[in-house]
Design a protein around this ligand. Structure first.
Ligand code: PLP
Length: 343
Protein backbone atom coordinates (compact mmCIF):
# COMPACT_ATOMS: atom_id res chain seq x y z
CA UNK A 1 0.00 0.00 0.00
CA UNK A 2 2.31 2.67 -1.26
CA UNK A 3 1.03 6.23 -1.02
CA UNK A 4 4.48 7.87 -0.87
CA UNK A 5 4.36 9.47 -4.30
CA UNK A 6 3.03 9.01 -7.80
CA UNK A 7 6.50 8.08 -9.00
CA UNK A 8 6.86 5.20 -6.52
CA UNK A 9 5.30 2.73 -8.93
CA UNK A 10 6.90 1.42 -12.10
CA UNK A 11 5.92 2.32 -15.65
CA UNK A 12 2.69 1.71 -17.52
CA UNK A 13 3.06 -1.51 -19.57
CA UNK A 14 1.82 0.30 -22.68
CA UNK A 15 4.77 2.66 -22.39
CA UNK A 16 7.13 -0.28 -21.97
CA UNK A 17 5.64 -1.78 -25.15
CA UNK A 18 6.33 1.46 -27.00
CA UNK A 19 9.96 1.28 -25.87
CA UNK A 20 10.28 -2.23 -27.25
CA UNK A 21 8.87 -1.03 -30.57
CA UNK A 22 11.26 1.92 -30.63
CA UNK A 23 14.16 -0.46 -30.07
CA UNK A 24 14.32 -1.85 -33.59
CA UNK A 25 16.80 -0.62 -36.17
CA UNK A 26 19.23 2.27 -36.27
CA UNK A 27 18.06 5.87 -36.35
CA UNK A 28 19.72 9.25 -36.08
CA UNK A 29 20.78 9.97 -32.52
CA UNK A 30 20.40 13.14 -30.39
CA UNK A 31 16.77 13.69 -31.39
CA UNK A 32 17.24 13.40 -35.13
CA UNK A 33 15.02 10.29 -35.19
CA UNK A 34 11.56 10.12 -36.79
CA UNK A 35 9.85 9.49 -33.43
CA UNK A 36 11.11 12.79 -31.98
CA UNK A 37 9.91 14.65 -35.09
CA UNK A 38 6.55 12.88 -34.83
CA UNK A 39 6.29 13.86 -31.18
CA UNK A 40 6.64 17.56 -31.98
CA UNK A 41 3.79 17.25 -34.52
CA UNK A 42 1.71 15.26 -32.03
CA UNK A 43 2.13 17.93 -29.37
CA UNK A 44 1.11 20.49 -31.99
CA UNK A 45 -2.09 18.56 -32.70
CA UNK A 46 -2.74 18.04 -28.99
CA UNK A 47 -2.41 21.75 -28.17
CA UNK A 48 -4.05 23.01 -31.36
CA UNK A 49 -1.12 25.14 -32.52
CA UNK A 50 2.46 24.73 -33.68
CA UNK A 51 4.77 24.21 -30.70
CA UNK A 52 8.50 23.79 -30.20
CA UNK A 53 9.09 20.83 -27.89
CA UNK A 54 12.15 19.33 -26.24
CA UNK A 55 12.15 15.97 -24.43
CA UNK A 56 14.20 15.76 -21.22
CA UNK A 57 14.35 13.07 -18.55
CA UNK A 58 13.40 14.87 -15.33
CA UNK A 59 10.98 17.47 -14.13
CA UNK A 60 13.76 19.39 -12.45
CA UNK A 61 15.65 19.65 -15.76
CA UNK A 62 12.47 20.71 -17.56
CA UNK A 63 11.76 23.49 -15.06
CA UNK A 64 15.34 24.69 -14.67
CA UNK A 65 16.16 24.74 -18.38
CA UNK A 66 12.84 26.33 -19.35
CA UNK A 67 13.19 29.06 -16.73
CA UNK A 68 16.87 29.65 -17.50
CA UNK A 69 15.90 30.16 -21.13
CA UNK A 70 13.31 32.78 -20.18
CA UNK A 71 15.30 34.56 -17.48
CA UNK A 72 18.59 36.49 -17.57
CA UNK A 73 21.18 36.02 -14.78
CA UNK A 74 19.96 39.27 -13.19
CA UNK A 75 16.31 38.20 -13.41
CA UNK A 76 13.73 37.49 -10.70
CA UNK A 77 11.45 34.46 -10.99
CA UNK A 78 8.25 34.67 -8.94
CA UNK A 79 6.77 31.41 -7.68
CA UNK A 80 4.66 30.15 -4.81
CA UNK A 81 6.59 30.28 -1.55
CA UNK A 82 6.10 26.52 -1.01
CA UNK A 83 6.35 25.38 -4.62
CA UNK A 84 8.46 22.41 -5.66
CA UNK A 85 10.81 24.70 -7.53
CA UNK A 86 11.40 26.72 -4.34
CA UNK A 87 11.57 23.86 -1.83
CA UNK A 88 12.81 20.76 -3.61
CA UNK A 89 14.95 21.39 -6.67
CA UNK A 90 18.23 22.15 -4.92
CA UNK A 91 18.73 25.51 -6.59
CA UNK A 92 18.65 24.03 -10.11
CA UNK A 93 16.99 27.14 -11.55
CA UNK A 94 19.54 29.46 -9.96
CA UNK A 95 22.36 27.19 -11.19
CA UNK A 96 21.19 26.85 -14.79
CA UNK A 97 20.26 30.52 -15.10
CA UNK A 98 23.67 31.54 -13.74
CA UNK A 99 22.24 33.44 -10.82
CA UNK A 100 18.57 34.34 -11.34
CA UNK A 101 16.68 34.45 -8.03
CA UNK A 102 13.42 32.83 -6.93
CA UNK A 103 10.97 35.07 -5.09
CA UNK A 104 8.28 33.33 -3.03
CA UNK A 105 4.71 34.68 -3.22
CA UNK A 106 1.95 33.58 -0.85
CA UNK A 107 -1.47 32.29 -1.76
CA UNK A 108 -4.03 29.87 -0.34
CA UNK A 109 -3.76 26.15 -1.03
CA UNK A 110 -0.36 26.57 -2.68
CA UNK A 111 -1.80 28.71 -5.48
CA UNK A 112 -0.17 32.09 -6.17
CA UNK A 113 -2.45 34.94 -5.13
CA UNK A 114 -2.74 37.27 -8.13
CA UNK A 115 -2.86 40.47 -6.07
CA UNK A 116 0.12 39.45 -3.95
CA UNK A 117 1.99 38.64 -7.15
CA UNK A 118 1.30 42.04 -8.71
CA UNK A 119 2.39 43.75 -5.47
CA UNK A 120 5.61 41.71 -5.30
CA UNK A 121 6.53 42.52 -8.89
CA UNK A 122 5.64 46.20 -8.53
CA UNK A 123 7.74 46.53 -5.38
CA UNK A 124 10.93 45.98 -7.39
CA UNK A 125 12.66 49.17 -8.60
CA UNK A 126 12.89 49.03 -12.41
CA UNK A 127 15.81 50.21 -14.52
CA UNK A 128 17.95 50.35 -11.42
CA UNK A 129 21.36 48.71 -11.63
CA UNK A 130 21.31 47.68 -7.97
CA UNK A 131 18.14 45.57 -8.21
CA UNK A 132 17.54 42.28 -9.92
CA UNK A 133 14.78 42.68 -12.50
CA UNK A 134 11.40 40.86 -12.70
CA UNK A 135 11.53 38.43 -15.63
CA UNK A 136 9.35 35.37 -15.13
CA UNK A 137 6.52 33.82 -13.12
CA UNK A 138 6.16 30.08 -12.65
CA UNK A 139 3.11 28.27 -11.27
CA UNK A 140 2.50 24.57 -10.69
CA UNK A 141 -0.52 22.88 -12.26
CA UNK A 142 -1.56 20.92 -10.27
CA UNK A 143 0.11 22.35 -7.19
CA UNK A 144 2.17 20.65 -4.51
CA UNK A 145 -1.06 20.38 -2.47
CA UNK A 146 -2.85 18.75 -5.40
CA UNK A 147 -4.99 21.83 -5.96
CA UNK A 148 -5.79 23.20 -9.41
CA UNK A 149 -5.87 26.68 -10.94
CA UNK A 150 -9.03 27.34 -12.98
CA UNK A 151 -8.17 28.69 -16.46
CA UNK A 152 -9.49 32.11 -15.39
CA UNK A 153 -7.06 32.12 -12.46
CA UNK A 154 -4.16 31.33 -14.80
CA UNK A 155 -5.38 34.08 -17.14
CA UNK A 156 -5.38 36.60 -14.28
CA UNK A 157 -1.77 35.72 -13.47
CA UNK A 158 -0.77 35.76 -17.14
CA UNK A 159 -2.28 39.23 -17.58
CA UNK A 160 -0.26 40.51 -14.63
CA UNK A 161 2.90 39.01 -16.17
CA UNK A 162 2.38 40.18 -19.70
CA UNK A 163 1.33 43.72 -18.74
CA UNK A 164 4.71 44.02 -17.02
CA UNK A 165 6.82 42.32 -19.70
CA UNK A 166 7.25 39.02 -17.81
CA UNK A 167 6.83 35.51 -19.22
CA UNK A 168 4.66 32.81 -17.64
CA UNK A 169 5.94 29.27 -17.14
CA UNK A 170 3.81 26.38 -15.92
CA UNK A 171 5.32 23.45 -14.00
CA UNK A 172 3.08 20.71 -15.35
CA UNK A 173 4.69 17.73 -13.65
CA UNK A 174 1.04 16.81 -12.95
CA UNK A 175 -0.59 18.67 -15.83
CA UNK A 176 -2.59 15.52 -16.70
CA UNK A 177 -4.12 15.35 -13.21
CA UNK A 178 -5.11 19.00 -13.43
CA UNK A 179 -6.63 18.53 -16.87
CA UNK A 180 -8.56 15.44 -15.77
CA UNK A 181 -9.99 17.52 -12.94
CA UNK A 182 -10.79 20.57 -15.08
CA UNK A 183 -12.16 18.52 -17.97
CA UNK A 184 -10.99 21.08 -20.55
CA UNK A 185 -8.78 20.77 -23.64
CA UNK A 186 -4.99 21.07 -23.16
CA UNK A 187 -5.04 24.43 -25.00
CA UNK A 188 -7.62 25.88 -22.62
CA UNK A 189 -5.42 25.16 -19.62
CA UNK A 190 -2.20 26.42 -21.20
CA UNK A 191 -1.57 28.88 -24.04
CA UNK A 192 -5.18 30.01 -24.33
CA UNK A 193 -4.97 31.34 -20.78
CA UNK A 194 -1.58 32.91 -21.34
CA UNK A 195 1.02 30.23 -20.54
CA UNK A 196 4.18 30.84 -22.58
CA UNK A 197 6.10 27.67 -21.72
CA UNK A 198 4.95 24.39 -20.17
CA UNK A 199 6.97 21.68 -18.43
CA UNK A 200 4.83 18.75 -19.53
CA UNK A 201 5.23 15.87 -17.10
CA UNK A 202 4.91 12.18 -17.91
CA UNK A 203 6.98 10.29 -15.32
CA UNK A 204 4.34 10.71 -12.61
CA UNK A 205 1.65 9.51 -15.01
CA UNK A 206 3.25 6.26 -16.15
CA UNK A 207 6.45 6.98 -18.10
CA UNK A 208 9.86 5.66 -16.98
CA UNK A 209 11.66 8.96 -17.25
CA UNK A 210 10.25 11.51 -19.65
CA UNK A 211 9.09 15.09 -19.57
CA UNK A 212 8.88 17.68 -22.34
CA UNK A 213 9.46 21.40 -22.40
CA UNK A 214 6.83 22.90 -24.70
CA UNK A 215 7.26 26.44 -26.00
CA UNK A 216 4.11 27.97 -27.48
CA UNK A 217 6.08 30.74 -29.24
CA UNK A 218 9.11 29.56 -31.20
CA UNK A 219 11.28 32.68 -30.57
CA UNK A 220 11.16 31.99 -26.80
CA UNK A 221 12.91 28.67 -27.46
CA UNK A 222 15.81 30.13 -29.41
CA UNK A 223 18.67 29.10 -27.11
CA UNK A 224 17.04 26.13 -25.33
CA UNK A 225 18.83 23.54 -27.46
CA UNK A 226 22.23 24.84 -26.38
CA UNK A 227 21.25 24.96 -22.74
CA UNK A 228 19.89 21.41 -22.87
CA UNK A 229 23.09 20.09 -24.42
CA UNK A 230 25.33 22.02 -22.05
CA UNK A 231 23.36 20.63 -19.11
CA UNK A 232 23.82 17.06 -20.34
CA UNK A 233 20.16 16.61 -21.16
CA UNK A 234 20.50 16.07 -24.91
CA UNK A 235 20.19 12.29 -24.65
CA UNK A 236 21.92 10.45 -27.50
CA UNK A 237 19.24 7.73 -27.63
CA UNK A 238 16.50 10.33 -27.57
CA UNK A 239 14.20 8.00 -29.45
CA UNK A 240 13.45 6.22 -26.17
CA UNK A 241 12.47 9.41 -24.35
CA UNK A 242 10.30 10.50 -27.28
CA UNK A 243 8.71 7.04 -27.56
CA UNK A 244 7.60 7.26 -23.92
CA UNK A 245 6.02 10.66 -24.50
CA UNK A 246 4.36 9.59 -27.73
CA UNK A 247 2.80 6.55 -26.07
CA UNK A 248 1.83 8.67 -23.08
CA UNK A 249 -0.31 11.05 -25.13
CA UNK A 250 -1.57 8.41 -27.57
CA UNK A 251 -5.18 7.27 -27.29
CA UNK A 252 -5.70 9.30 -24.13
CA UNK A 253 -3.42 7.07 -22.01
CA UNK A 254 -2.24 10.09 -20.02
CA UNK A 255 -5.71 11.38 -19.19
CA UNK A 256 -7.03 7.90 -18.43
CA UNK A 257 -4.18 7.29 -15.99
CA UNK A 258 -4.67 10.69 -14.38
CA UNK A 259 -8.42 10.15 -14.06
CA UNK A 260 -7.77 6.86 -12.26
CA UNK A 261 -5.29 8.47 -9.86
CA UNK A 262 -7.72 11.31 -9.17
CA UNK A 263 -10.61 8.91 -8.61
CA UNK A 264 -8.57 6.91 -6.08
CA UNK A 265 -7.75 10.10 -4.17
CA UNK A 266 -11.40 11.16 -4.21
CA UNK A 267 -12.44 7.78 -2.73
CA UNK A 268 -9.72 7.99 -0.13
CA UNK A 269 -10.79 11.51 0.83
CA UNK A 270 -14.43 10.51 1.09
CA UNK A 271 -13.59 7.54 3.31
CA UNK A 272 -11.20 9.48 5.55
CA UNK A 273 -13.74 12.27 5.96
CA UNK A 274 -16.05 9.72 7.59
CA UNK A 275 -13.33 8.41 9.92
CA UNK A 276 -13.33 9.61 13.55
CA UNK A 277 -10.91 12.42 14.45
CA UNK A 278 -9.64 12.90 10.87
CA UNK A 279 -9.64 16.32 9.17
CA UNK A 280 -8.67 16.94 5.56
CA UNK A 281 -6.37 19.98 5.42
CA UNK A 282 -6.61 20.82 1.72
CA UNK A 283 -9.28 20.45 -0.96
CA UNK A 284 -8.83 17.13 -2.77
CA UNK A 285 -8.96 17.98 -6.46
CA UNK A 286 -6.39 15.65 -8.02
CA UNK A 287 -4.29 12.79 -6.66
CA UNK A 288 -3.19 13.99 -3.23
CA UNK A 289 -4.88 13.78 0.14
CA UNK A 290 -3.58 15.74 3.12
CA UNK A 291 -5.12 14.76 6.43
CA UNK A 292 -4.60 15.85 10.01
CA UNK A 293 -4.89 12.71 12.14
CA UNK A 294 -3.92 11.45 15.62
CA UNK A 295 -0.35 10.08 15.69
CA UNK A 296 -1.82 6.84 17.07
CA UNK A 297 -3.82 6.46 13.86
CA UNK A 298 -0.74 7.18 11.72
CA UNK A 299 1.00 4.36 13.58
CA UNK A 300 -1.99 2.05 13.04
CA UNK A 301 -2.02 2.80 9.31
CA UNK A 302 1.70 2.04 9.06
CA UNK A 303 1.36 -1.14 11.09
CA UNK A 304 -1.39 -2.14 8.66
CA UNK A 305 1.03 -1.73 5.74
CA UNK A 306 0.37 1.79 4.49
CA UNK A 307 3.42 3.81 3.39
CA UNK A 308 3.18 7.61 3.27
CA UNK A 309 4.96 10.80 4.22
CA UNK A 310 4.32 12.91 7.30
CA UNK A 311 3.72 16.53 6.28
CA UNK A 312 4.11 18.52 9.50
CA UNK A 313 2.08 18.60 12.66
CA UNK A 314 -0.84 20.65 13.94
CA UNK A 315 -0.21 19.96 17.60
CA UNK A 316 0.67 17.45 20.28
CA UNK A 317 -0.27 13.88 19.37
CA UNK A 318 -1.36 14.91 15.87
CA UNK A 319 0.31 14.67 12.51
CA UNK A 320 -0.54 15.80 9.00
CA UNK A 321 -0.01 13.02 6.49
CA UNK A 322 0.22 13.10 2.70
CA UNK A 323 -1.24 10.26 0.68
CA UNK A 324 -0.54 10.30 -3.07
CA UNK A 325 -2.38 8.03 -5.50
CA UNK A 326 -1.20 7.10 -8.98
CA UNK A 327 -2.19 5.38 -12.21
CA UNK A 328 -1.24 2.10 -10.50
CA UNK A 329 -3.05 2.52 -7.16
CA UNK A 330 -5.39 -0.45 -6.65
CA UNK A 331 -8.85 0.28 -5.32
CA UNK A 332 -8.26 -2.44 -2.69
CA UNK A 333 -5.41 -0.39 -1.19
CA UNK A 334 -7.69 2.60 -0.86
CA UNK A 335 -10.41 0.49 0.77
CA UNK A 336 -7.87 -0.99 3.22
CA UNK A 337 -6.61 2.42 4.37
CA UNK A 338 -10.17 3.60 4.90
CA UNK A 339 -10.93 0.47 6.88
CA UNK A 340 -7.83 0.89 9.06
CA UNK A 341 -8.87 4.51 9.73
CA UNK A 342 -12.37 3.42 10.69
CA UNK A 343 -14.02 5.38 7.86
C1 PLP B 1 5.38 19.84 -8.95
C2 PLP B 1 6.67 19.15 -9.29
N1 PLP B 1 7.48 19.70 -10.20
C3 PLP B 1 8.66 19.14 -10.55
C4 PLP B 1 9.07 17.95 -9.98
C5 PLP B 1 10.44 17.43 -10.34
O1 PLP B 1 10.44 16.24 -11.00
P1 PLP B 1 11.74 15.28 -10.96
O2 PLP B 1 11.69 14.58 -9.66
O3 PLP B 1 11.51 14.38 -12.15
O4 PLP B 1 12.95 16.11 -11.14
C6 PLP B 1 8.26 17.33 -9.02
C7 PLP B 1 8.67 16.03 -8.40
O5 PLP B 1 8.21 15.62 -7.40
C8 PLP B 1 7.04 17.94 -8.67
O6 PLP B 1 6.24 17.42 -7.74
Amino acid sequence: MNFISDNANGADPRILDALTKANSGAVLSYGGDPGTARLQARFGALFGRAVTSFPVVSGTAANALALATLTPPHGLIFCHARSHIMMAECGAVEFHSHGARLVGVEGENCKIDARALAAAIDAVPRNFAHSMQPATVTLSQSTELGTVYAPAEVRAIADICHARGLKLHMDGARFANALAYLDVAPAQASWECGVDVLSFGASKGGALAAEAVIFFDAPDASDFMYRRKKAGHLISKMRFVSAQLEAYVEDGLWLGNAAHANAMAAQLAQGLKNAPDVRLTAPVQTNMVFADIPTALAMRLREGGAIFHDWGSTGKDRVTIRLVTSFATPQTDVAKVIELAGG
